[in-house]
Design a binder for this molecule. Structure first.
Ligand code: SAJ
Length: 449
Protein backbone atom coordinates (compact mmCIF):
# COMPACT_ATOMS: atom_id res chain seq x y z
CA UNK A 1 0.00 0.00 0.00
CA UNK A 2 1.50 3.35 -0.91
CA UNK A 3 1.53 6.25 1.51
CA UNK A 4 -0.54 8.39 -0.82
CA UNK A 5 -3.32 5.79 -0.83
CA UNK A 6 -3.09 5.53 2.92
CA UNK A 7 -3.51 9.25 3.28
CA UNK A 8 -6.76 8.95 1.36
CA UNK A 9 -8.17 6.62 4.04
CA UNK A 10 -6.62 8.65 6.83
CA UNK A 11 -5.08 5.71 8.67
CA UNK A 12 -3.61 7.99 11.30
CA UNK A 13 -7.03 8.90 12.59
CA UNK A 14 -8.19 5.25 12.54
CA UNK A 15 -5.22 4.10 14.60
CA UNK A 16 -6.01 6.50 17.38
CA UNK A 17 -9.77 6.46 17.47
CA UNK A 18 -11.05 2.93 17.85
CA UNK A 19 -13.77 3.30 20.44
CA UNK A 20 -16.30 0.75 19.25
CA UNK A 21 -15.38 -2.87 18.55
CA UNK A 22 -17.60 -5.77 17.47
CA UNK A 23 -16.38 -9.23 18.49
CA UNK A 24 -17.89 -11.97 16.33
CA UNK A 25 -18.13 -15.30 18.19
CA UNK A 26 -18.50 -15.29 22.00
CA UNK A 27 -16.76 -18.57 22.75
CA UNK A 28 -13.66 -19.50 24.74
CA UNK A 29 -11.62 -16.77 23.00
CA UNK A 30 -14.11 -14.18 21.74
CA UNK A 31 -15.83 -13.60 25.08
CA UNK A 32 -12.61 -13.10 27.11
CA UNK A 33 -11.31 -10.74 24.39
CA UNK A 34 -14.60 -8.80 24.36
CA UNK A 35 -14.58 -8.59 28.15
CA UNK A 36 -10.98 -7.41 28.46
CA UNK A 37 -11.46 -4.71 25.81
CA UNK A 38 -14.65 -3.57 27.56
CA UNK A 39 -13.05 -3.42 31.01
CA UNK A 40 -10.36 -1.23 29.40
CA UNK A 41 -12.96 1.34 28.36
CA UNK A 42 -13.77 0.28 24.77
CA UNK A 43 -17.44 0.01 23.79
CA UNK A 44 -17.81 -3.65 22.80
CA UNK A 45 -20.67 -5.38 21.06
CA UNK A 46 -20.39 -9.16 21.19
CA UNK A 47 -22.11 -11.06 18.38
CA UNK A 48 -23.11 -14.72 18.53
CA UNK A 49 -25.51 -16.97 16.64
CA UNK A 50 -26.64 -18.55 19.92
CA UNK A 51 -29.46 -16.65 21.64
CA UNK A 52 -28.61 -18.53 24.82
CA UNK A 53 -25.06 -17.16 24.78
CA UNK A 54 -26.28 -13.64 23.96
CA UNK A 55 -28.84 -13.73 26.79
CA UNK A 56 -26.26 -15.07 29.25
CA UNK A 57 -23.73 -12.34 28.39
CA UNK A 58 -26.36 -9.58 28.60
CA UNK A 59 -27.21 -10.92 32.06
CA UNK A 60 -23.51 -10.58 32.97
CA UNK A 61 -23.03 -14.36 33.00
CA UNK A 62 -20.51 -16.69 31.36
CA UNK A 63 -21.84 -19.84 29.66
CA UNK A 64 -18.66 -21.90 30.33
CA UNK A 65 -15.98 -22.29 33.00
CA UNK A 66 -12.92 -20.00 32.86
CA UNK A 67 -11.36 -18.55 36.01
CA UNK A 68 -11.92 -14.78 36.53
CA UNK A 69 -13.87 -14.35 33.29
CA UNK A 70 -17.17 -13.99 35.18
CA UNK A 71 -15.91 -10.95 37.11
CA UNK A 72 -14.79 -9.24 33.89
CA UNK A 73 -18.05 -9.97 32.04
CA UNK A 74 -20.38 -8.92 34.85
CA UNK A 75 -18.29 -5.77 35.50
CA UNK A 76 -18.21 -4.77 31.83
CA UNK A 77 -21.95 -5.40 31.35
CA UNK A 78 -22.95 -3.48 34.48
CA UNK A 79 -20.76 -0.51 33.43
CA UNK A 80 -22.55 -0.54 30.05
CA UNK A 81 -19.34 -1.22 28.09
CA UNK A 82 -20.30 -4.72 26.89
CA UNK A 83 -23.50 -5.93 25.31
CA UNK A 84 -24.32 -8.90 23.14
CA UNK A 85 -26.55 -9.33 20.10
CA UNK A 86 -27.23 -11.85 17.33
CA UNK A 87 -26.79 -9.37 14.45
CA UNK A 88 -23.54 -7.68 13.42
CA UNK A 89 -23.60 -3.92 14.12
CA UNK A 90 -21.54 -1.06 12.67
CA UNK A 91 -18.20 -0.70 14.43
CA UNK A 92 -14.75 0.79 13.90
CA UNK A 93 -13.06 -2.59 14.35
CA UNK A 94 -14.26 -6.18 14.01
CA UNK A 95 -12.59 -9.14 15.71
CA UNK A 96 -13.60 -12.52 14.27
CA UNK A 97 -13.18 -15.36 16.79
CA UNK A 98 -15.25 -18.20 15.36
CA UNK A 99 -14.43 -21.93 15.16
CA UNK A 100 -12.26 -23.33 12.35
CA UNK A 101 -12.77 -27.10 12.69
CA UNK A 102 -11.37 -29.51 10.16
CA UNK A 103 -13.46 -31.29 7.55
CA UNK A 104 -13.55 -35.04 6.73
CA UNK A 105 -10.42 -34.63 4.57
CA UNK A 106 -8.73 -32.72 7.43
CA UNK A 107 -8.63 -29.43 5.52
CA UNK A 108 -9.97 -26.42 7.43
CA UNK A 109 -13.66 -25.57 7.38
CA UNK A 110 -13.77 -21.81 6.72
CA UNK A 111 -17.57 -21.61 6.60
CA UNK A 112 -17.83 -19.92 10.03
CA UNK A 113 -15.33 -17.24 8.93
CA UNK A 114 -17.32 -16.73 5.72
CA UNK A 115 -20.57 -16.42 7.70
CA UNK A 116 -18.92 -13.77 9.92
CA UNK A 117 -17.68 -11.94 6.81
CA UNK A 118 -21.22 -11.95 5.35
CA UNK A 119 -22.44 -10.26 8.55
CA UNK A 120 -19.68 -7.65 8.53
CA UNK A 121 -19.59 -6.73 4.82
CA UNK A 122 -22.85 -4.71 4.65
CA UNK A 123 -21.81 -2.65 7.71
CA UNK A 124 -18.52 -1.41 6.25
CA UNK A 125 -18.04 2.17 5.12
CA UNK A 126 -14.29 2.10 4.52
CA UNK A 127 -11.57 2.72 7.07
CA UNK A 128 -12.56 -0.13 9.40
CA UNK A 129 -10.11 -2.61 10.91
CA UNK A 130 -11.00 -6.28 10.42
CA UNK A 131 -9.07 -8.83 12.51
CA UNK A 132 -9.21 -12.61 12.21
CA UNK A 133 -8.32 -14.27 15.55
CA UNK A 134 -9.50 -17.80 14.79
CA UNK A 135 -6.71 -20.33 14.32
CA UNK A 136 -6.48 -20.53 10.56
CA UNK A 137 -4.72 -22.38 7.75
CA UNK A 138 -2.21 -20.40 5.68
CA UNK A 139 -4.10 -18.01 3.40
CA UNK A 140 -7.31 -17.80 5.49
CA UNK A 141 -6.92 -14.08 6.25
CA UNK A 142 -6.48 -13.33 2.55
CA UNK A 143 -9.50 -15.55 1.85
CA UNK A 144 -11.57 -13.56 4.37
CA UNK A 145 -10.39 -10.25 2.86
CA UNK A 146 -11.25 -11.40 -0.69
CA UNK A 147 -14.59 -12.76 0.50
CA UNK A 148 -15.51 -9.34 1.96
CA UNK A 149 -14.25 -7.47 -1.11
CA UNK A 150 -16.27 -9.74 -3.41
CA UNK A 151 -19.36 -8.72 -1.48
CA UNK A 152 -18.21 -5.09 -1.39
CA UNK A 153 -16.39 -4.31 -4.68
CA UNK A 154 -16.67 -0.61 -3.80
CA UNK A 155 -13.98 -1.15 -1.11
CA UNK A 156 -10.29 -2.13 -1.37
CA UNK A 157 -7.28 -3.09 0.75
CA UNK A 158 -5.12 -0.21 -0.50
CA UNK A 159 -7.37 2.62 -1.61
CA UNK A 160 -6.79 1.74 -5.28
CA UNK A 161 -8.97 3.57 -7.85
CA UNK A 162 -10.31 5.80 -5.12
CA UNK A 163 -12.14 2.89 -3.45
CA UNK A 164 -12.05 3.36 0.35
CA UNK A 165 -9.72 0.86 2.05
CA UNK A 166 -10.36 -1.55 4.89
CA UNK A 167 -7.49 -2.78 7.06
CA UNK A 168 -7.35 -6.59 7.41
CA UNK A 169 -5.05 -8.45 9.82
CA UNK A 170 -4.59 -11.80 11.58
CA UNK A 171 -3.89 -11.90 15.31
CA UNK A 172 -3.90 -15.50 16.51
CA UNK A 173 -4.88 -16.22 20.11
CA UNK A 174 -2.29 -18.10 22.17
CA UNK A 175 -3.89 -18.30 25.61
CA UNK A 176 -3.98 -21.48 27.65
CA UNK A 177 -7.46 -22.62 28.75
CA UNK A 178 -7.66 -22.19 32.52
CA UNK A 179 -5.29 -19.16 32.43
CA UNK A 180 -7.00 -17.11 29.73
CA UNK A 181 -7.55 -13.88 31.70
CA UNK A 182 -3.91 -13.83 32.80
CA UNK A 183 -2.33 -14.84 29.49
CA UNK A 184 -4.48 -12.39 27.46
CA UNK A 185 -2.67 -9.61 29.31
CA UNK A 186 0.81 -11.08 29.75
CA UNK A 187 1.49 -13.14 26.58
CA UNK A 188 3.32 -11.63 23.62
CA UNK A 189 1.11 -11.34 20.52
CA UNK A 190 1.84 -11.77 16.84
CA UNK A 191 -0.06 -9.48 14.47
CA UNK A 192 0.11 -10.15 10.74
CA UNK A 193 -1.34 -7.57 8.36
CA UNK A 194 -2.53 -7.91 4.79
CA UNK A 195 -0.70 -4.56 4.64
CA UNK A 196 1.86 -3.11 7.10
CA UNK A 197 -0.68 -0.44 8.01
CA UNK A 198 -3.27 -3.07 8.94
CA UNK A 199 -0.70 -4.75 11.22
CA UNK A 200 0.07 -1.41 12.84
CA UNK A 201 -3.62 -0.62 13.41
CA UNK A 202 -4.24 -4.05 14.95
CA UNK A 203 -1.16 -3.67 17.14
CA UNK A 204 -2.55 -0.40 18.51
CA UNK A 205 -5.87 -2.04 19.33
CA UNK A 206 -4.28 -4.98 21.21
CA UNK A 207 -2.03 -2.54 23.08
CA UNK A 208 -5.20 -1.41 24.89
CA UNK A 209 -4.94 -4.51 27.13
CA UNK A 210 -1.86 -6.54 26.14
CA UNK A 211 1.22 -5.89 28.27
CA UNK A 212 3.36 -8.38 26.34
CA UNK A 213 5.36 -7.51 23.25
CA UNK A 214 3.22 -7.12 20.12
CA UNK A 215 5.21 -8.28 17.10
CA UNK A 216 4.13 -7.37 13.58
CA UNK A 217 4.52 -9.43 10.40
CA UNK A 218 2.47 -10.36 7.34
CA UNK A 219 -0.79 -12.29 7.64
CA UNK A 220 0.37 -15.68 6.34
CA UNK A 221 3.43 -15.73 8.63
CA UNK A 222 1.19 -14.97 11.62
CA UNK A 223 -1.13 -17.81 10.57
CA UNK A 224 1.77 -20.22 10.34
CA UNK A 225 3.33 -19.03 13.62
CA UNK A 226 0.22 -20.10 15.51
CA UNK A 227 0.06 -23.49 13.78
CA UNK A 228 3.77 -24.04 14.31
CA UNK A 229 3.53 -23.34 18.06
CA UNK A 230 0.90 -26.02 18.54
CA UNK A 231 2.68 -28.44 16.17
CA UNK A 232 5.91 -27.96 18.12
CA UNK A 233 4.09 -29.09 21.23
CA UNK A 234 2.38 -31.97 19.41
CA UNK A 235 5.69 -33.28 18.02
CA UNK A 236 7.29 -33.11 21.47
CA UNK A 237 4.35 -34.87 23.15
CA UNK A 238 4.55 -37.54 20.41
CA UNK A 239 8.21 -38.07 21.29
CA UNK A 240 7.25 -38.59 24.95
CA UNK A 241 4.38 -40.92 24.00
CA UNK A 242 6.65 -42.97 21.76
CA UNK A 243 9.19 -43.21 24.59
CA UNK A 244 6.48 -44.55 26.92
CA UNK A 245 5.62 -47.36 24.49
CA UNK A 246 9.29 -48.22 23.92
CA UNK A 247 9.96 -48.13 27.67
CA UNK A 248 7.06 -50.45 28.36
CA UNK A 249 8.50 -52.95 25.87
CA UNK A 250 11.94 -52.71 27.47
CA UNK A 251 10.64 -52.87 31.06
CA UNK A 252 11.86 -49.36 31.88
CA UNK A 253 10.01 -46.78 34.00
CA UNK A 254 9.45 -43.98 31.44
CA UNK A 255 8.91 -41.34 34.12
CA UNK A 256 12.27 -42.04 35.70
CA UNK A 257 13.85 -42.17 32.25
CA UNK A 258 12.50 -38.71 31.31
CA UNK A 259 13.33 -37.23 34.70
CA UNK A 260 16.93 -38.37 34.35
CA UNK A 261 17.33 -37.32 30.70
CA UNK A 262 15.91 -33.87 31.52
CA UNK A 263 18.90 -33.24 33.79
CA UNK A 264 20.86 -32.61 30.59
CA UNK A 265 21.02 -28.82 30.15
CA UNK A 266 19.65 -28.92 26.59
CA UNK A 267 17.03 -31.66 26.98
CA UNK A 268 13.43 -30.99 28.04
CA UNK A 269 11.21 -33.97 27.22
CA UNK A 270 7.48 -33.48 27.80
CA UNK A 271 5.22 -35.94 29.61
CA UNK A 272 3.54 -38.97 28.04
CA UNK A 273 -0.21 -39.32 28.46
CA UNK A 274 -3.20 -41.24 27.11
CA UNK A 275 -3.15 -39.16 23.89
CA UNK A 276 -3.57 -35.50 23.01
CA UNK A 277 -6.91 -33.79 23.61
CA UNK A 278 -8.42 -30.33 23.41
CA UNK A 279 -9.54 -28.47 20.33
CA UNK A 280 -6.15 -26.98 19.33
CA UNK A 281 -3.10 -29.21 19.43
CA UNK A 282 -4.92 -32.22 17.99
CA UNK A 283 -6.30 -30.09 15.13
CA UNK A 284 -3.87 -27.35 14.11
CA UNK A 285 -1.00 -29.57 12.81
CA UNK A 286 -3.39 -30.99 10.20
CA UNK A 287 -3.71 -27.50 8.67
CA UNK A 288 0.03 -27.55 7.99
CA UNK A 289 -0.17 -31.09 6.61
CA UNK A 290 -3.04 -30.03 4.33
CA UNK A 291 -1.03 -27.03 3.08
CA UNK A 292 2.18 -29.02 2.40
CA UNK A 293 1.29 -32.74 2.36
CA UNK A 294 4.55 -33.99 0.87
CA UNK A 295 6.80 -31.88 3.05
CA UNK A 296 5.10 -32.10 6.48
CA UNK A 297 6.25 -35.67 7.22
CA UNK A 298 7.28 -35.29 10.86
CA UNK A 299 4.26 -33.16 11.74
CA UNK A 300 1.92 -35.77 10.22
CA UNK A 301 3.67 -38.65 12.00
CA UNK A 302 3.39 -36.85 15.36
CA UNK A 303 -0.39 -36.66 14.87
CA UNK A 304 -0.53 -40.34 13.96
CA UNK A 305 1.63 -41.28 16.98
CA UNK A 306 -0.47 -39.25 19.41
CA UNK A 307 -3.75 -40.43 17.91
CA UNK A 308 -2.67 -44.07 18.28
CA UNK A 309 -1.87 -43.75 21.99
CA UNK A 310 -5.47 -44.27 23.23
CA UNK A 311 -5.62 -47.67 21.46
CA UNK A 312 -2.39 -48.68 23.17
CA UNK A 313 -3.86 -47.69 26.55
CA UNK A 314 -7.00 -49.72 25.81
CA UNK A 315 -4.84 -52.77 25.02
CA UNK A 316 -2.92 -52.32 28.30
CA UNK A 317 -6.11 -52.12 30.36
CA UNK A 318 -7.66 -55.14 28.60
CA UNK A 319 -4.51 -57.14 29.21
CA UNK A 320 -4.63 -56.30 32.93
CA UNK A 321 -8.37 -57.02 33.09
CA UNK A 322 -7.90 -60.56 31.70
CA UNK A 323 -6.46 -61.60 35.06
CA UNK A 324 -9.62 -60.47 36.85
CA UNK A 325 -11.93 -63.09 35.34
CA UNK A 326 -15.09 -62.77 33.24
CA UNK A 327 -16.64 -59.72 34.91
CA UNK A 328 -13.85 -57.31 35.85
CA UNK A 329 -14.56 -53.98 37.51
CA UNK A 330 -12.43 -51.21 35.97
CA UNK A 331 -11.98 -47.79 37.56
CA UNK A 332 -11.34 -45.12 34.92
CA UNK A 333 -9.94 -41.99 36.58
CA UNK A 334 -10.53 -38.80 34.60
CA UNK A 335 -12.39 -37.70 31.48
CA UNK A 336 -11.19 -34.10 31.00
CA UNK A 337 -8.57 -33.48 28.30
CA UNK A 338 -6.08 -32.29 30.93
CA UNK A 339 -5.71 -31.75 34.66
CA UNK A 340 -8.03 -29.69 36.85
CA UNK A 341 -10.42 -28.46 34.17
CA UNK A 342 -13.97 -29.49 33.21
CA UNK A 343 -13.33 -29.39 29.45
CA UNK A 344 -14.04 -32.75 27.82
CA UNK A 345 -13.60 -31.60 24.20
CA UNK A 346 -11.62 -34.04 22.05
CA UNK A 347 -10.52 -35.80 25.23
CA UNK A 348 -8.82 -39.14 24.52
CA UNK A 349 -10.16 -40.45 27.84
CA UNK A 350 -13.73 -40.52 26.57
CA UNK A 351 -12.78 -42.73 23.61
CA UNK A 352 -10.72 -44.99 25.88
CA UNK A 353 -13.61 -45.45 28.32
CA UNK A 354 -16.11 -46.05 25.49
CA UNK A 355 -13.83 -48.59 23.76
CA UNK A 356 -13.26 -50.47 27.01
CA UNK A 357 -16.98 -50.59 27.75
CA UNK A 358 -17.79 -51.85 24.25
CA UNK A 359 -14.89 -54.30 23.93
CA UNK A 360 -15.52 -55.71 27.42
CA UNK A 361 -19.35 -55.85 27.62
CA UNK A 362 -19.22 -58.06 30.73
CA UNK A 363 -16.98 -55.61 32.57
CA UNK A 364 -18.28 -52.80 34.79
CA UNK A 365 -16.65 -49.39 34.26
CA UNK A 366 -16.64 -46.98 37.20
CA UNK A 367 -15.76 -43.65 35.61
CA UNK A 368 -14.59 -40.81 37.86
CA UNK A 369 -14.57 -37.18 36.74
CA UNK A 370 -14.74 -34.81 39.73
CA UNK A 371 -15.33 -31.76 37.48
CA UNK A 372 -18.59 -32.88 35.84
CA UNK A 373 -22.00 -33.82 37.24
CA UNK A 374 -23.04 -36.28 34.55
CA UNK A 375 -21.42 -38.54 31.98
CA UNK A 376 -21.13 -37.34 28.36
CA UNK A 377 -23.81 -38.93 26.15
CA UNK A 378 -21.47 -41.43 24.47
CA UNK A 379 -20.72 -43.00 27.86
CA UNK A 380 -24.13 -42.42 29.47
CA UNK A 381 -25.72 -44.53 26.72
CA UNK A 382 -23.53 -47.54 27.51
CA UNK A 383 -25.15 -49.95 29.99
CA UNK A 384 -21.93 -50.97 31.75
CA UNK A 385 -20.64 -47.45 32.55
CA UNK A 386 -21.37 -45.56 35.78
CA UNK A 387 -20.15 -42.22 37.16
CA UNK A 388 -18.46 -42.85 40.52
CA UNK A 389 -16.47 -41.20 43.34
CA UNK A 390 -12.69 -41.59 43.39
CA UNK A 391 -12.22 -43.74 46.49
CA UNK A 392 -15.35 -45.87 45.90
CA UNK A 393 -14.30 -46.62 42.34
CA UNK A 394 -10.76 -47.60 43.33
CA UNK A 395 -12.00 -49.71 46.25
CA UNK A 396 -14.36 -51.71 44.02
CA UNK A 397 -11.98 -52.01 41.07
CA UNK A 398 -9.98 -55.02 39.91
CA UNK A 399 -8.01 -52.74 37.56
CA UNK A 400 -7.39 -48.96 37.80
CA UNK A 401 -6.69 -46.77 34.74
CA UNK A 402 -5.42 -43.25 35.53
CA UNK A 403 -6.16 -41.06 32.50
CA UNK A 404 -5.99 -37.51 33.92
CA UNK A 405 -3.62 -36.04 36.50
CA UNK A 406 -6.30 -34.16 38.48
CA UNK A 407 -5.11 -33.01 41.93
CA UNK A 408 -7.86 -35.15 43.48
CA UNK A 409 -6.27 -38.29 42.05
CA UNK A 410 -2.76 -37.24 43.05
CA UNK A 411 -3.99 -36.99 46.65
CA UNK A 412 -5.14 -40.63 46.74
CA UNK A 413 -3.27 -42.72 49.31
CA UNK A 414 -1.29 -45.62 47.80
CA UNK A 415 -3.03 -47.84 50.36
CA UNK A 416 -6.26 -47.40 48.36
CA UNK A 417 -4.90 -49.06 45.21
CA UNK A 418 -2.22 -51.23 46.77
CA UNK A 419 -1.97 -54.66 45.11
CA UNK A 420 -4.25 -53.74 42.18
CA UNK A 421 -2.99 -53.52 38.62
CA UNK A 422 -2.70 -49.80 37.77
CA UNK A 423 -2.32 -48.39 34.26
CA UNK A 424 -1.02 -44.97 35.21
CA UNK A 425 -0.90 -43.06 31.91
CA UNK A 426 0.10 -39.80 33.67
CA UNK A 427 2.73 -41.16 36.03
CA UNK A 428 1.11 -39.59 39.09
CA UNK A 429 1.26 -42.63 41.37
CA UNK A 430 4.17 -44.68 40.13
CA UNK A 431 6.77 -41.92 40.47
CA UNK A 432 5.47 -40.54 43.75
CA UNK A 433 7.79 -41.33 46.65
CA UNK A 434 5.80 -43.13 49.38
CA UNK A 435 5.77 -41.59 52.84
CA UNK A 436 7.48 -43.71 55.54
CA UNK A 437 4.07 -44.88 56.77
CA UNK A 438 3.08 -45.95 53.28
CA UNK A 439 6.36 -47.49 52.24
CA UNK A 440 5.46 -50.88 53.68
CA UNK A 441 2.78 -51.34 51.01
CA UNK A 442 3.86 -52.67 47.64
CA UNK A 443 2.10 -51.35 44.58
CA UNK A 444 1.84 -53.66 41.64
CA UNK A 445 1.75 -51.17 38.80
CA UNK A 446 2.37 -51.12 35.09
CA UNK A 447 5.26 -48.94 33.99
CA UNK A 448 3.47 -47.89 30.81
CA UNK A 449 2.61 -44.22 30.44
N1 SAJ B 1 -0.18 -33.07 27.02
C1 SAJ B 1 0.59 -34.22 27.22
N2 SAJ B 1 1.86 -34.10 27.68
C2 SAJ B 1 2.43 -32.88 27.95
C3 SAJ B 1 1.66 -31.70 27.73
C4 SAJ B 1 0.35 -31.82 27.25
O1 SAJ B 1 0.12 -35.35 26.99
O2 SAJ B 1 3.59 -32.85 28.39
C5 SAJ B 1 -1.56 -33.18 26.51
C6 SAJ B 1 -2.60 -32.65 27.51
O3 SAJ B 1 -2.94 -33.63 28.44
C7 SAJ B 1 -3.75 -32.32 26.58
C8 SAJ B 1 -3.05 -31.86 25.31
O4 SAJ B 1 -1.71 -32.34 25.39
O5 SAJ B 1 -4.52 -33.48 26.29
C9 SAJ B 1 -3.03 -30.36 25.11
O6 SAJ B 1 -2.80 -29.67 26.34
P1 SAJ B 1 -1.86 -28.38 26.47
O7 SAJ B 1 -1.89 -27.94 27.88
O8 SAJ B 1 -0.52 -28.67 25.91
O9 SAJ B 1 -2.48 -27.31 25.48
P2 SAJ B 1 -3.97 -26.69 25.23
O10 SAJ B 1 -4.61 -27.45 24.13
O11 SAJ B 1 -4.74 -26.51 26.48
O12 SAJ B 1 -3.56 -25.20 24.73
C10 SAJ B 1 -2.67 -25.06 23.62
C11 SAJ B 1 -1.56 -24.06 24.02
N3 SAJ B 1 -0.50 -24.08 23.02
C12 SAJ B 1 0.82 -24.25 23.36
O13 SAJ B 1 1.18 -24.44 24.51
C13 SAJ B 1 1.82 -24.18 22.25
C14 SAJ B 1 -2.15 -22.66 24.15
O14 SAJ B 1 -1.13 -21.70 24.41
C15 SAJ B 1 -2.92 -22.27 22.86
O15 SAJ B 1 -3.50 -20.98 22.96
C16 SAJ B 1 -4.02 -23.30 22.68
O16 SAJ B 1 -3.40 -24.59 22.50
C17 SAJ B 1 -4.83 -22.89 21.45
O17 SAJ B 1 -5.93 -22.35 21.63
O18 SAJ B 1 -4.35 -23.07 20.32
Amino acid sequence: MSLSNLEKINVGSILNTINRVAVIGLGYIGLPTAAILATNGIEVIGVDVSERTVDAVNAGEVPFVEPDLGVHVSGAVSQGHLKATTSTPQAEAYIVAVPTPFKEDRSADLSYIEAAARGIAPQLQGGELLILESTSPPGATEHMANYVLNLRPDLSLDGADGRPAILVAHCPERVLPGRVMIELVTNDRIVGGMTPEAAEAAKNLYAVFCQGEILTTDAVTAEMAKLVENSYRDVNIAFANELSVISDKLGIDVWELIRLANHHPRVNILQPGPGVGGHCIAVDPWFIVAAAPDEAQLIRQARVTNDSKPDWVVRQVREAAKEAGETPVIAVLGLAFKANIDDLRESPSIGIAADLAMLLPEAKLLVVEPHVESLPKLLADLPNVELAETNDAIAQADVVAVLVDHDEFKAVSPKTYSGKPVIDTRGIWITRQPSPAESATVVQASFGG
